[in-house]
Every structure is written in C-alpha cells, then in structure tokens.
Design a binder for this molecule. Sequence first.
Ligand SMILES: Cc1cc2nc3c(=O)[nH]c(=O)nc-3n(C[C@H](O)[C@H](O)[C@H](O)COP(=O)(O)O)c2cc1C
Length: 484
Amino acid sequence: MLKLEEKGPIEQLRAMSVYLGGDFYEGLGAARMELDNANGKGFIYTYDLLPGLSVRTYNIHLKNELKIELDGMVNNPLYLLFCIQGHYFHKFKKDLEAERIRRGQNVILCATEDNPNVAILPNNIELKLSVIIVKKEKIAEQELIKRSNLSNILNDIFAKIGNDMPYRYFGGISAETEKYARVLIENKRTDVIGKLLTEASALNTLAAQLDDRDKYMSGKDKFTNLSKEQLERVVVVCDEISRNLSQAHTIESIVKETGLSAKKLQEGFRFLFGVSVAHFVKNLKLEKARELIQTTELNISEVVHEIGIQSQSYFSKIFKEKYGMLPRDYRDSFLSADQSFELSYRSKASFYIGEGEVKNLVETSDKNNRDIGVTGCLIHYKDEFFQLLEGPKQRVLMLFEKIKADPRHYEIELLWKGARNDKIFDDWGLILVSDRVSENIMSNRKVGMDIKTMLSSKATSNASRSMFWQQVRNQIRSKKMISA
Ligand SMILES: Cc1cc2nc3c(=O)[nH]c(=O)nc-3n(C[C@H](O)[C@H](O)[C@H](O)COP(=O)(O)O)c2cc1C
C-alpha cells in the first residue's frame, strides 16, 4: 500500500514515482511521471491550475494492483473523479468493502481526517482517469470561480460536507463530462496551447461534473457538433497561430485556413478552450508573453513585439487583468521571491583535496549559502565535482565567480545557467552527494546514492541536465523520507 500525505499534488506524484520507480519531471506548477518498468507503463500528470485547484490525470497500465491511502489530511480536499477507460475501486478507510467505479461514472468525494480515502487501481487494464482536486479554503477566493456558476454549486456542496462524516456522491454515467475529460486526459502537451487546453478542459470537466450532480442546467448547449476531424483542424490552426504570434489573426483568416465556417470555428474554440476565437488568441499571446518573461532575458518591449501587440500600455493592462500584476512586477517577483536562477557546472578536483577538505568546504559553504539565500548540491564523484546552485540571480553569479577562482578545482565547465520556474532543492545551503564518504557528514545532510548510474549516459548534457538534477533531488528527498 502506498500512503500519500497531503503535501500537495506535485509532492504526492513524486512519492508515487519513487514507489513505482517511474521517471519524475517537474516544471512550472506541473509534474509528470513516466512509467515503463515491471510495475507498469504509462503516464500520470499533475497540474496546479489556480490556487486551490489542481488536476491529476492517469493514462496508465499497471502490472500490479496499486492501493493508495491518502493519509493525515486536516483540510480534506474535494475530489472529482472521472474515468474514461477502465475502472477503479474506492472506499473510505473504515468501510468494509470498496465500491467499483465504472467508466463514465461521475464521482465526488471528500474524506475526513480519521476516515481517509483509499483508492485501488487495478492491474492489467488500461486506466484513463481524471481527478480534480479542490481545496475549499483556497478556492473560494478565486475570481475565475466567483465569476462563474461554479462557486454556487461548490458552496452548496461545501455546505453539505461536515467535519465528521465523509461526503460521497456516486452519480450516473455522464456523456457530457466524458467529452471534456477525454480532452483533459489525452492532452500531453505542456506548451502554451497545451496549458490553455488543460486549464479550459479541467474547468469544463469540473463544471460538467457539478452540473451533472445538481442537474443544474444553464440552458447552454455544451455538446459540440464538430466531428473529431474538425476539432483536430482547430487544434492544427492553433499550432499555426502560436508559431506566428506576431501576425494578426482574425476570424476571417482562420476561416480560410481551416475551411470551417465562422460558426463552427467559434463552437470548436468554445468546446476546446471555453472561450471565443478572439479571446483564445489574446490568452495565447498572454501565456506566451508570460513564458518569455520567465524564461528569457528579453525586455518587456521585446516581449510585446514577439507576441504581435502594438501598444505596450494595452499589453500591460491585459496582462494585469489576467495575472494580477504588471509584467515588470511579474518578472521582479519571479526573479527575487521565487529564487529562480539556476547554474550548474562540472570541474576536476585538485589532486590534493581529500575527504576531510571536502567535508570542511561543504560545512563552510552550507553556512555561507544560507546567509546569502542560495541553495545547492555538490556531487563529488571520483575526481570530479558537479555543482548546482540556485537562488537570486546576482548572488548565484557572484558566488560562481568566487568558486571559479578557487584553486581546489580546475577545468571548470559551465553546464547551464538561466531562470528556472521552480526550485529543485530545499532550504539547505549546500548538500553533499559523494561516492566516498560513507558516514553522514552533517547528520541528515549527506546522502549516498547511485551517482554512477546517474552520471552515465549523457546525464550532464544540456538537454538532460534538468532531468539529471531532478533525479538527484528525488533521490535525496526519498532517502530523507525513508530515513526520517
Ligand atoms: C567545488 C567547490 C564548490 C564550492 N561551493 C561553494 C558554495 O556553494 N558556497 C560557498 O560559499 N563557497 C563555495 N566554495 C568555496 C568558494 O570557492 C570560496 O572559497 C568561498 O566562497 C569563500 O570565499 P571568501 O573568500 O568570501 O571567504 C566552493 C569551492 C569549491 C572548490
């Protein structure tokens, strides 16, 4: 049995990856696990959509049954589950029997602290499942939810949830939900269009599940008359728009490109993205701008040019409407508060540096790094060092200048530097991973692991450096969890 604690969906997926031996990749508010081993094959994705709202999708074939207990949650979230292929079982821990949940069945659950959720994912079937996770205390503040009918329905459900009785709703088969859930589960794209698709299809799935539960009919036709092939044409044109964002895209030009009527186009965009064509193009430009601000050093007017918006003040206005702050403030907050600059390098250790010197160096560096708000990991393997440092940009760069001048190593080769969307490491100053020190250097801050395997292949090339450090982190965390 896998026990997951309520540390957020990304941490839960990390624990799941360690348990199943899958590869875990983490990005901006999103993570995915890829599994291809004796435990099974497939993917599990997790996305944070808004504060208080996340989604997890399973597209997986397990070789062994997986029993998951979601333990120790004080503020139990509301789970909305929808399976488009296969089946699974659910019970609250104190129930004697688990209930079999069928494909297409609408399920809404909220456990209590002393009677947690237990999910059983069966072996030898294709399981395609979406799980939307709503945190009551946070979601109520969300503008997006407040503006829609969702908030009334959610409030209604929240009012029915007591603290001592778990809440469970096993609804009927919902064809409408299935259409949205399918888009959500089968979308593996993590680029800007992929993010917009996930956001819209998760909100649509949530709305359809809540609608279904309450027989809440808004009168709007939520079904689409577009065929699969027509929907694909919409997605293809979206790709083209995203590749040529600096050009103007009008409904007329898109009609020409797709061969679909303006009415069909609007319907297709509404179905896939929950918004009109014009709104979609605007969202796409904003999402692209946000990505450029985060991941490049382009200044704001260059960003505005890249996304084909004529007026910088108009851009600032719509950016603020969507993300709650001006583009410049967004960049500042990103660079300072998120401590998101990362630098990694490799070097050769000078011949005289031994185990004791490395130990001293790490002890001093750990303290120094904490003082300047930098965190990192130093790998000492054979006669090489690999180091990753993350923190505020200027501090990381200044520290690297000092490190470069240190005679205790040479042939320093920068592997990568740049902004990161998230932190890889925790709040220590410097952790050492070494092949030679068997004793704990600093109680819990020295970790032994299979460095050789990680350093084999092209692990430190640019393309895979992120994955390499991610693996280092996963191993550190799982070792800490095990030893804790
Ligand atoms: C492989 C290696 C990694 C290092 N990592 C750090 C580090 O993360 N933080 C740090 O403060 N010093 C680190 N140092 C030591 C610095 O080079 C430098 O000696 C230290 O920052 C003291 O600088 P000071 O002259 O300001 O006292 C490292 C040295 C080596 C050889």
